[in-house]
Design a protein around this ligand. Structure first.
Ligand code: FES
Length: 321
């Protein structure tokens, strides 16, 4: 996979500091290696870090967007790490350099008078700058934050110190699972729900929000959405409008794989439909979206697709490539 391509927008960063935030969670403060200001970002954005031999992982930025001197990330060492979090915990000490892609944002905070933030475990990270934005905008907001134990939950002290009246901390060993039936009981016009955390939490919140007005719920997944394994995997044609090629995508092969085999210059990182790196503009055709990035509203437009997992729902699609 072409995860190690150097892009002009890539950043050479250095670990300026690291500290433990919670059990198995560390905070890294990353600065530009030459002391330059870092590019602007907005709440909800993440960066891709290139770790070791081309491994790329996404981390939400959880610092202050107005502070251009550094990026802050929180990293949980996964018990079943696929390599990324283990590398960071073991290798990225203060002073070590690391390459990052430009920030991207598939989880932007829309303006609203009222927000309900629901965070689970390390899913709290993108919500931290969202809370700061909501606070600055004078919005009404509330955070419900769940985790296994208080000691495993990052940013608890920071949140309670600044916003004790708006934040509810719910360690599972003290108060059980989040009472989503009560938390999401009343669909509220004008209130947006932002949720990030483990799949079980996201699925439960999605199910509860079915009764809410369309567009109320915004979710970010770190792991791929569970898809139906019985989904048909049809063959189809992909026409590339700029390179004037037409390629055949057989059943069982992704669009991304076919493009890479044909020598088309495309980027990918997660190959699981979660990071958004491979998002490609669709000019014609219908898409069978299988990613975990696009919202239902974005999917319905059929104007872009994650080529690492999504397929055509029509015999032929045209991509802007
Ligand atoms: S490479 Fe991450 S969504 Fe396709």
């Amino acid at each position: 996979m072409r995860t190690d391509i150097m892009r002009e927008s890539d950043l050479d960063l250095v670990v300026a500091s690291r500290q433990k935030l919670a059990d198995r969670v560390i905070e890294l403060i990353l600065t530009d290696r030459t002391g330059q200001e870092l590019p602007h970002w907005d709440a909800g954005a993440h960066i891709d870090l290139t770790l070791g031999s081309g491994l790329t992982r996404q981390y939400s930025l959880c610092g202050d967007p107005s502070d251009r001197s550094c990026y802050r990330i929180g990293v949980l060492q996964e018990l079943e790490s696929r390599g990324g979090s283990k590398y960071i915990h073991e290798q990225l000490m203060t002073g070590v350099c690391v390459r990052a892609g430009a920030s991207r944002n598939h989880f932007p905070l829309q303006q609203a008078p009222n927000y309900l933030f629901v965070g689970g475990g390390i899913g709290i990270t993108p919500l931290i700058p969202m809370i700061a934005s909501a606070e600055r905008a004078g919005a009404d907001w509330r955070l419900i934050y769940g985790g296994r134990t208080r000691a495993s939950m990052a940013f608890v002290d920071e949140l309670q110190l600044r916003h004790s009246d708006r934040v509810v901390i719910c360690p599972q060993d003290e108060s059980g699972l989040l009472d989503l039936a009560a938390i999401l009981a009343d669909p509220c016009e004008g209130r947006l729900v932002y949720c990030c955390g483990p799949e079980a939490l996201l699925s439960a919140v999605e199910a509860r929000c079915v009764a809410w007005p369309s567009g109320s719920l915004h979710i970010e997944r770190f792991a791929p959405r569970v898809t139906n394994p019985a989904l048909p995997d049809n063959a189809f044609e992909v026409e590339l409008s700029e390179s004037r090629k037409t390629l055949y995508v057989p059943a069982g092969q992704s669009v991304l794989d076919v493009l890479l085999e044909a020598g088309v210059d495309v980027l990918c990182a997660c190959s699981q439909g979660t990071c958004g790196t491979c998002e490609t503009v669709v000019l014609q055709g219908e898409i069978d979206h299988r990613d975990s990035v696009l919202t239902p509203e974005e999917r319905a437009t059929h104007t872009s697709m994650m080529i690492c997992v999504s397929r055509a729902a029509s015999p032929r699609i045209v991509l802007k490539l």
